[in-house]
Design a protein around this ligand. Structure first.
Ligand SMILES: [Zn+2]
Length: 505
């Protein structure tokens, strides 16, 4: 064979091999759809409008409060306006904790001098029944013997719980995005087994924090004050009240600076007095809901099968739940708007669901799964064989940088192929991490392929679950990016010949 012919043959061979490696042909109509999705978002985005509606207008979103029902209704109206089908607010289950509303929260130190504090009442604890003006007692017992001697002493008093943290100056930047190296590191997932958590003892004490707290609840202290948060941004927490049970005393979280100030004053012999007014309301007979709507599938054989996309809409009292999780609810709604605008006619039905009850125990998704997927005895229900996948979004306002297969190794090649058109936007990575603590877990545990996206951390830890989770924490362009990716994954899953392969082969 002459030299030129050999070179020509080798060139042809390498071209053929490289052509085989390409997952998309240049005529792949789906790439045209990918382009249209991106252009639709760049030209006609409704992200800013949806953000205002679900964040500012909706307001606070505690499960079982008037705020979440107001926001559910706003979402429902938008979904109807988009022309989605079967739009409804559906009951997931009865809510054994009942509803809780915060009507007023005021707290200030009045002696030895005036200082206004930012109180975050623990949801589902009681109020103060009007204005309380009294001396603060710092909880001092450190042994079970001392605790026994204090029986009866704290009843009806304002008690400052022991401090739990030592403030450290932080030299790290407040917000971050993943570097390429960090994303690469995330692909490495060695086998590890979970470690048991043990009760945290209070500083220099033989008593655990929980023992001290239970003692004060039993003693019916008037107000129990926790150190939780810093920079005038307290963390918001919940008490697991059960409807019909006696209401537990008022508990309040304040920041370590205000807690530390009172602690030092008291330890140095000053009389510290607080004025506190917490007005709360318990509502019996409340339910947990979710908001649902869909784009019907058109394939005669596959149209009853489902691809679910969702995010939780519920949140906390005292904030508007911007980063946790309005940002991702807007991405879901915008993804549906993109699919609807392009009139993609998916083979399978694409259904969006905005959950309530996530922050208090994934109750919205649990209610759905127990109604339609698998009951508590493990019996398979109507949608068990119909749902191809559930894609969830709940890791703050960061950009989607990749997706986890949730330990389903079989899906790696497919997801890598689907990520390819979006490398230029920064969506590159497929990992096998077993993500926890949000609604896809409910589906994963029921045997349905369910996924969570990798999101840049941004200011994670500053906004979420704290009193300052507002629209200022968000980056609308990240939501536009996330909406495109969400629309694409829903569309690709809906149009596959088969359902996504499950972990239990
Ligand atoms: Zn969340």
């Amino acid at each position: 064979m002459n030299k030129n012919l050999i070179i020509g043959y080798l060139l042809l061979l390498s071209f053929t091999l490289s052509a085989q490696k390409q997952p998309f042909s240049i005529f792949d109509p789906d790439l045209k759809i990918a382009n249209q999705m991106k252009m639709e978002e760049l030209k006609n985005s409704k992200v800013d409008e949806y953000l205002y509606l679900l964040c500012d207008k909706g307001g606070t979103k505690l499960t079982g409060s008037s705020g979440i029902l107001r926001t559910d209704t706003l979402a429902l109206l938008e979904m109807q306006m988009l022309g989605l089908e079967n739009v409804r607010i559906e009951q997931a289950k009865k809510w054994e904790r009942g509803g809780w509303e915060l009507n007023k929260a005021y707290m200030a130190m009045c002696a030895p001098y005036y200082m206004h504090f930012y109180p975050a009442p623990v949801a589902w604890t009681g109020g103060t029944n009007g204005v309380l003006f009294d001396k603060v007692h710092y909880f001092s017992a450190t042994t079970p013997e001392e605790l026994a001697q204090l029986k009866g002493f704290y009843t009806g008093k304002i008690v400052l719980m022991p401090d739990v943290t030592q403030y450290q100056i932080n030299f790290k930047s407040l917000a971050s995005t993943y570097t390429d190296e960090q994303l690469k590191e995330m692909e490495y997932q060695p086998i590890t087994t979970p470690k048991k958590r043990i009760g945290m003892p209070t500083k220099n004490s033989l008593l655990t924090y929980q023992e001290v707290l239970q003692f004060l609840r039993n003693e019916k202290a008037a107000v129990i004050i926790h150190e939780n948060g810093d920079f005038n941004v307290p963390v918001i927490t919940f008490f697991p009240h059960q409807m019909g049970n006696e209401i537990t005393p008022c508990e309040i979280n304040i920041t370590s600076e205000h807690h530390g100030l009172m602690q030092r004053l008291i330890e140095n012999g000053e009389i510290v007095k607080l004025e506190i007014e917490i007005d709360v309301e318990f509502i019996n007979d409340e339910s947990i809901y979710y908001v649902v709507g869909e784009i019907k599938g058109v394939d005669p054989k596959l149209k009853d099968e489902l691809v679910l996309i969702g995010a939780h809409l519920d949140g906390y009292p005292m904030n508007n739940g911007a980063g946790d999780n309005v940002t991702n609810c807007v991405a879901i709604l915008e993804a549906m708007r993109i699919l609807k605008s392009l009139d993609v006619k998916p083979k399978r039905t694409i259904r969006m669901i905005l959950w309530n009850g996530e922050e208090v125990g994934l109750h919205g998704s649990k209610g759905y799964v127990q109604k339609y997927v698998k009951d508590t005895e493990g019996k398979k229900l109507s949608e068990y064989d119909k749902i191809s996948a559930y894609f969830n979004a709940d890791y703050g306002p960061g950009k989607f940088r990749g997706i986890s297969t949730q330990n389903n190794l079989a899906l790696e090649p497919l997801f890598k192929e689907w990520a390819q058109p979006w490398h230029h936007l920064g969506f590159t990575t497929v990992i096998h991490r077993n993500y926890t603590s949000t609604d896809h877990v409910t589906f994963d545990e029921a045997g349905i392929p369910a996924f969570q996206f990798i999101q840049d951390p941004l200011e994670w830890g500053r906004g979420s679950h704290r009193v300052m989770d507002f629209l200022e924490r968000l980056v609308p362009d990240n939501i536009r990016h996330n909406a495109i990716i969400m629309a694409w994954f829903a569309y690709k899953t809906a149009n596959l010949e088969e359902k996504l392969v499950r972990k239990e082969f």
